[in-house]
Ligand binder design. Structure first.
Ligand code: DX5
Ligand code: ZN
Length: 222
């Protein structure tokens, strides 16, 4: 089952509720919220107050991607604010197992994020405890960057490893996803698709989501 998660990073920040309504109506499954702290990545974006506000205006689950140093301190704040999925970077989390456990104890789905150059072997020990893995297909920090081609192979290897181990961990892909590479990413085995610029940079954002839905439905039928 393929899930589409438009990223609000590329939406109009003065009209986030409108963006949430639009993607919900167009058939998105999740709303991706990119949290940047000005340390792990240079930019500052959303905080728990934004998540709490969004929670009031949409029924879609909020997929909160924490690009922050010291995620341990942030997890309770975002869980409390209403984040449904919370993902943390292995590069920022020396106590990864403890953090993943904290997310799950809070009743949220726990995700582990890998930067493009972080080896997949970093996941070996944590994989059974994670609900999903988010593979970055750009360097984190901003939207509208080109997709890093080596990510195709990483998705395939990761899916194979998850299947070998008999796990149900989902694979999410984030960065440079668009209508050109969407079909191939489905074939690679990605299950959750983040799309920022491809959706909000389009003159017809709802149309892009619907087209992704159609491609996914075609792939799922096979
Ligand atoms: C990048 C963020 C992404 C970003 C993707 O640091 O994690 O979620 O919004 O944007 P696009 O789809 O434009 O690459
Ligand atoms: Zn993201």
């Amino acid at each position: 089952m393929i899930q589409i998660a438009p990223s609000l990073l590329s939406a109009d920040f003065s009209r986030l509720a409108d963006a949430a309504h639009m993607v919900e109506k167009a058939g998105a499954d999740l709303i991706h919220v990119d949290v940047m702290d000005g340390h792990f990545v240079p930019m500052l974006t959303f905080g728990p107050a934004h998540v709490a506000a969004l929670k009031k205006v949409t029924a879609l689950p909020l997929d909160v991607h924490l690009m922050v140093d010291n995620p341990s301190a942030m997890i309770p704040l975002f869980a409390e604010a209403g984040a449904d999925w919370i993902s943390i970077h292995v590069e920022a989390a020396p106590h990864l197992h403890r953090d993943v456990s904290a997310i799950r104890r809070a009743g949220r789905k726990a995700g582990v994020v890998l930067n493009p150059a972080t080896p997949l072997t970093a996941l070996e020990a944590i994989l059974p405890d994670a609900d999903f893995v988010l593979l970055m297909s750009v360097n984190p920090g901003r939207g509208s960057q080109p997709f890093i081609e080596a990510s195709h192979e990483r998705i395939r290897l990761l899916r194979r490893r998850i299947e070998e181990r008999g796990l149900r961990t989902l694979v999410e892909i984030d960065g440079g996803v668009n209508l050109k590479n969407f079909e191939r990413l489905c074939e690679d085995g990605a299950q959750v698709f983040v799309a920022g610029n491809a959706v909000f940079g389009s003159p017809d954002p709802a149309g892009v989501i619907r087209t992704m839905r159609d491609i996914a439905a075609r792939k799922e039928r096979r």
